[in-house]
Design a protein around this ligand. Structure first.
Ligand SMILES: C[C@@]1(CC(=O)O)c2cc3[nH]c(cc4nc(cc5[nH]c(cc(n2)[C@H]1CCC(=O)O)[C@@](C)(CC(=O)O)[C@@H]5CCC(=O)O)C(CC(=O)O)=C4CCC(=O)O)c(CCC(=O)O)c3CC(=O)O
Ligand SMILES: NC(=O)C1=CN([C@@H]2O[C@H](COP(=O)(O)OP(=O)(O)OC[C@H]3O[C@@H](n4cnc5c(N)ncnc54)[C@H](O)[C@@H]3O)[C@@H](O)[C@H]2O)C=CC1
Length: 507
């Protein structure tokens, strides 16, 4: 029974918000066959408007949600597209009983009036004020509660306080914002930008950390497009959008593109129309990058055995550009140059790796590739208690066995930088140098240590030969990486320590 997915959106009285919710349910649902996907709006007044069509006061960020969170799942009719945000009760299904009324997806080919066979999917949850309903599937395993993916650009009030307080018995993943720069950049290009400067238009927040996320997005956009970028806020502290536009113009910009840092059109984006700029990019909307970010977070959450204790879900993790042209200083450790080698040979001491014992118990470690190298290193990571996520096109028999017995998760597909979400360490051990390079670069940007199996100097860590003697752990690296020499030295060290220990024990 796959865990249901709830995509949490801010919500707005503007029809753009409901349209986005519908599109996301369709597009994300298509990526996650068999998973019940719904949306929920966090903002109470926006929801009230959409559900009841009542006028609402202007939205004010930072106010608690009152009343129930409602999913935007409308009455479900088999064979018809979901339209509109109005929820309606869906009958509970009982195995062996006649199905009456509308049939909730994803019942496999349900026919009204016929007996339901096989496992019964959890019904669309009946909503309880202040929490998500917990469904008990009839005759199946208990459902652990939904995975809630906050479709928010920054971790401000709603993501950090509001949403976690509302979710009971499920898991809230990290917000999607850190993954969406590619989508924002696409929208800028699509609009004919960037021109000679970019004005990044964001909602704003009272949380300084949330504003820092926007500033970081701005600087990454600047790197990508090579033009000045300023942030302008439509709400909250920080420079207003009008002030930021004026500042860009005062700096000489004459061909400004507004990069709209919103998921959908809403109350705020209307204000962008009056700005003295050359062009506006459209909101991110249902960009494939957003769909992928939601799918990835869901996939990670169901891959965890202990989701509520997962150190990752609420974290904000900035991802680099997937396939983008980041500058070299954002990449990994500089490759060894001819000059570097000469210096080394001339006796200039080279910086050496710092040996550290990592406590990985319960921490997410991502392994890209599942061949010989991954298979050799995974046992030590399992011994350390790491929560292992393997992403690889094909996996060794050993790794498939570990996956089958729940020791780790294996996702059989190409690795992407989004897989780094929540990781503390990544092993780039595919035999695809480009994939390894992209991972290493994105890991560098997020300060996740990365071992590159195919190019030690392009990673930020390397793997020692390890061994144990009684209560001692031995790790050996060599100044010039040399696995055989290193492994042999490890064996010598372990034997010497064993002899030393047995010598001490003798009277
Ligand atoms: C730089 C380093 C970076 C990193 O961390 O990945 C790295 C890099 C490379 N290894 C290569 C080959 C092999 N490495 C092994 C074995 C080990 N390799 C390990 C560490 C390191 N390997 C890091 C250096 C640590 C240091 O010395 O300071 C050990 C110690 C730890 C571990 O991996 O668990 C482990 C001993 C395990 C044990 O016995 O306990 C075998 C043997 C086998 O596979 O059975 C082979 C193949 C057969 C052979 O050649 O002997 C290649 C060539 C690839 C190619 O040809 O394309 C590269 C790439 C390159 O050199 O650039
Ligand atoms: N550091 C070390 O000790 C060693 C490093 N190497 C290097 O490490 C790399 C891996 O070596 P092996 O494990 O022996 O290779 P392998 O061929 O046994 O396994 C490669 C794995 O990468 C996966 N893969 C390939 N492209 C992928 C992509 N885009 N996304 C996700 N998965 C992908 C494959 O499905 C497979 O699981 C090689 O490039 C090799 O040069 C090789 C031997 C030892």
């Amino acid at each position: 029974m796959p865990r249901p997915l709830v995509i949490a959106l801010h919500g707005s009285e503007h029809p753009g918000a409901a349209a986005l919710a519908d599109e996301l349910v369709t597009l994300v649902g298509a990526e996650l066959p068999g998973v019940q996907v719904s949306t929920a709006w966090v903002d109470a007044r926006a929801r009230a408007f959409c559900v009841d069509q009542l006028p609402v006061p202007e939205l004010v960020e930072g106010e608690p949600v009152e009343g129930p969170i409602r999913t935007a799942v409308p009455e479900l009719v088999e064979g018809e597209l979901v339209e509109g945000p109005i929820p309606s009760p869906v009958p509970e299904l009982v195995e062996g009983e006649l199905v009456e009324g509308p049939i909730p997806t994803p019942v496999p080919e349900p026919v009204e009036g016929e007996l339901v066979e096989g496992p019964i999917p959890v019904p669309v949850p009946e909503l309880v004020e202040g929490e998500f309903a917990e469904g008990e599937p009839v005759g199946g395993d208990p459902v652990e509660g939904p995975t809630v993916v906050p479709a928010f650009l920054t971790a401000g009030y709603h993501v950090l306080e509001d949403l976690p307080a509302l979710v009971d018995g499920g898991v809230v993943t990290g917000h999607v914002g850190p993954d969406l720069l590619d989508a924002v950049a696409d929208r800028v290009t699509e609009a004919g930008g960037p021109g000679d400067a970019i004005l990044l238009a964001a909602a704003g927040s009272k949380h300084a950390e949330a504003r820092a996320e926007v500033e970081a997005a701005a600087s990454e956009l600047g790197v990508r497009f090579g033009v000045p970028v300023r942030v302008g806020y439509l709400y909250g502290d920080g420079a207003s959008i009008e002030a930021a536009a004026a500042a860009l113009i005062a700096d000489g910009a004459r061909d400004v593109t507004v990069a709209t840092y919103f998921l959908a059109d809403g109350l705020y984006t209307a204000r962008l129309q009056g700005l003295p700029v050359a062009r506006l990019s459209r909101p991110i909307s249902a960009h494939p990058v957003l769909v992928d970010a939601i799918v990835q977070r869901y996939a990670h959450s169901v891959g965890t055995t202990d989701p509520l204790n997962d150190p990752a879900p609420l974290g904000a993790h900035r991802l680099g550009f997937a396939g983008g042209s980041a500058p070299s200083q954002q990449g990994c450790v500089q490759p060894v140059t001819a000059q570097g080698a000469e210096e080394f040979l001339a006796g200039v001491p080279a910086p050496e790796p710092y040996l550290l014992g990592l406590h990985l118990n319960g921490r997410r470690v991502v392994v890209a590739g599942a061949g010989a190298v991954a298979s050799r290193r995974i046992p030590q990571l399992l011994d350390a208690g790491a929560r292992l996520h393997v992403v690889a096109l094909a996996a060794s028999e050993q790794i498939r066995t570990w996956a089958a017995t729940g020791r780790l998760t294996w996702t059989p597909r190409e690795v992407t930088t989004a897989d780094l979400q929540g990781a503390w360490v990544v092993l780039a051990a595919t035999n695809d140098a480009d994939a390894n390079a992209q991972l290493a670069q994105a890991a560098e940007a997020q300060r996740i240590f990365c071992v590159r199996a195919d190019d030690v100097d392009a990673g930020t860590a390397r793997t020692p030969a390890t061994g144990r003697s009684a209560d001692l752990r031995v790790g050996v690296l060599s100044d010039t990486p040399n696995p055989r020499h290193t492994a042999a030295a490890r064996t010598v060290a372990v034997e010497a320590l064993d002899a030393w220990a047995s010598g001490k024990e003798q009277p």
